[in-house]
Ligand binder design. Structure first.
Ligand code: ADP
Ligand code: MG
Length: 320
């Protein structure tokens, strides 16, 4: 049995854990400190962060931000503008209105949703790459990087571990997992990552995803939601309607080399639904995905990059 060293801290509103094969206090300390610093730059759930200072200056003036924050916003804007998907970094006003996953979540008045929609146009985010400034042109606009911050941070954590010559381990940022290198506990080097059964209250799994040196990111409707009038309202919004996206999916898991990419695509694929995502994935053999559908089928797309072992009798696997 390999001696696992597990380190956990409560950060980014979730449990962050690192599992290393050998103890390495210096690496772990640097990782947790860096996560705290990045969270403090990117969050919109604390009054002071770089992103909040951009949001507070909306309609007034551009704000200079640090290089990583600028670069993440720049990438997020590109995806929002050119990807023909539901991904929209300017979704903040709707996230704040619905409060899903926070106290006071409820269906807002249609009039308020319409009003907030006017403040979510990503074209109204003005970037200056020379000065590293971000300007939200309309008062009330808000950038929200909630869909990609963890992915970005997971990649940074990976690069820190590599700098400290830690080549094997598990980085778990509350569901955003990076399985670093190969495992020593599996004969073939696979790490085993549990895929949560949607809506399970006792941490049951739908199955186990086996990977080597991959990021595994899941976006699901069961993570943060409320139910009103028998309808489920979850935390990924359709930027056209202002309501949570409503389609055939319960969750999307993306298996990729970069966790930022995985986090982007988990949201993008969620919005596209299975057919359009599958079409896209045909052109991207290095990117894989697992779709859990409301009709209790599981679709594995590009299954060459992982192994999926189903453990839930309720679901049936459909291979392409
Ligand atoms: P989590 O891992 O926290 O569940 P996801 O990666 O699934 O996060 O992204 C959900 C979060 O993304 C929401 O909580 C919100 O902050 C933000 N968000 C919601 N809708 C959109 C959207 N259409 N485009 C971009 N970000 C969104
Ligand atoms: Mg995401």
């Amino acid at each position: 049995m390999v001696n696992a060293n597990e380190y956990t801290q409560h950060l980014m509103g979730t449990t962050v854990s690192l599992m290393l094969l050998e103890p390495n206090e210096t690496a772990v300390q640097t990782v947790f400190e860096t996560i705290k610093i990045l969270e403090d730059k990117l969050t919109v759930n604390k009054p002071l962060s770089e992103v909040m200072s951009i949001n507070l200056a909306a309609g007034q003036h551009p704000v200079t931000v640090s290089r990583p924050v600028f670069s993440l916003i720049e990438q997020a804007q590109k995806i929002s503008l050119h990807f023909n998907s539901c991904f929209n970094l300017a979704i903040g006003p709707l996230v704040k209105l619905w409060k899903i996953g926070f106290q006071g979540d409820q269906i807002p008045a249609a009039r308020l949703i319409k009003q907030q929609l006017l403040l979510t146009d990503p074209k109204n985010i003005e970037l200056d790459a020379n000065k590293h400034t971000v300007f939200l042109k309309k008062a009330g606009m808000e950038i929200d990087l909630g869909a990609i911050a963890k992915g970005y941070i997971a990649d940074v954590v990976k690069s820190i571990l590599l700098q400290y010559q830690v080549y094997k381990g598990i980085i778990n940022l509350g569901g955003n997992v990076f399985a670093l290198g190969a495992s020593l506990t599996d004969d073939n080097g696979y790490w085993h990552i549990g895929l949560r059964k949607p809506f399970s209250t006792d941490n049951k799994l739908s199955g186990v995803i086996k990977v080597i040196d991959k990021s595994v990111v899941t976006s699901g409707i069961y993570e943060r939601f409320f139910i009103q009038n028998d309808h489920l309202y979850h935390h990924i919004f359709d930027p056209q309607t202002g309501y949570p996206l409503d389609n055939e999916l319960e969750s999307v898991t993306v298996i990729s080399d970069s966790s930022l990419e995985g986090d982007i695509y988990s949201t993008v694929f969620y919005g596209w639904g299975l057919d359009k995502s599958r079409e896209f994935l045909q052109k991207r053999p290095n990117l894989s995905a697992i779709f859990l559908l409301k009709n209790k089928t599981i679709a594995l797309v590009n299954p060459n990059n992982f192994i999926f072992q189903k453990s839930d009798k309720q679901y049936t696997i459909k291979l392409d």
